[in-house]
Design a protein around this ligand. Structure first.
Ligand SMILES: [Zn+2]
Length: 195
């Protein structure tokens, strides 16, 4: 799948993605352009990969008694549009046309409430583990598809728009590699160096 071009349907869902509908979304403000892509990392429990808990968390179906960390996030209702799993598999939870709940309190170059105008992509990972080649490939393909469909002006990390609260996608995320694989002009990454 990772070498295949991805397409976004008229409903805002990627045709080739595994569709796992989350109830954690609502409407974007009327007429709001979708012009920001936000890159995150997440793992549940933190630092452990592959258990399927992220999808359950985004669908409010996590067993909060199964792990001490899950108890800490009891009642939290969040989502992202996409999750790129360690093996490059792409899961989608919310239509790109709707507002997912991934950024929280945030500001992009002075514009607050980034959920209103952004698409959120989670990479299964952590701040201290390198991401997999398959994840970069899927993220690059997804980015190309999103750019072809939405008027994206910039791509930022969660830490760039919520620096007081967040560190993801973290120092292991190779922005330059991503930029090259997705064929992005450096100006689209305002928080990264141009080297
Ligand atoms: Zn995040």
């Amino acid at each position: 799948m990772t070498n295949t071009a991805l397409t976004i349907g008229d409903d805002g869902w990627v045709v080739q993605a595994e569709r796992i509908a989350s109830p954690n979304f609502d409407a974007r403000p009327e007429g709001m352009p979708v012009d920001l892509l936000v890159v995150h990392n997440i793992s549940l429990p933190p630092g452990q990969f592959g258990g399927g808990e992220i999808a359950r968390f985004f669908c409010n179906r996590l067993d909060h008694d199964a792990h001490p960390f899950f108890d800490e996030i009891r009642g939290v209702q969040v989502s992202a549009h996409f999750l790129v799993c360690r093996d490059g598999v792409l899961q989608q939870f919310v239509s790109c046309d709707a507002r997912a709940w991934h950024a929280g309190a945030s500001a992009f170059l002075g514009r607050t409430r980034c959920n209103d105008f952004s698409i959120g992509v989670e990479l299964e990972g952590s701040d201290d583990t390198p991401f997999e080649a398959a994840q970069y490939a899927t993220l690059a393909a997804l980015t190309r598809a999103i750019l072809a469909r939405y008027p994206i002006q910039a791509i930022a990390g969660h830490a760039d728009i919520a620096p007081e609260r967040k560190t993801d996608p973290g120092p292991c995320f190779e922005w330059r590699k991503f930029r090259q694989m997705a064929d992005l002009p450096p100006e689209m990454l305002p928080f990264q160096g141009t080297a």
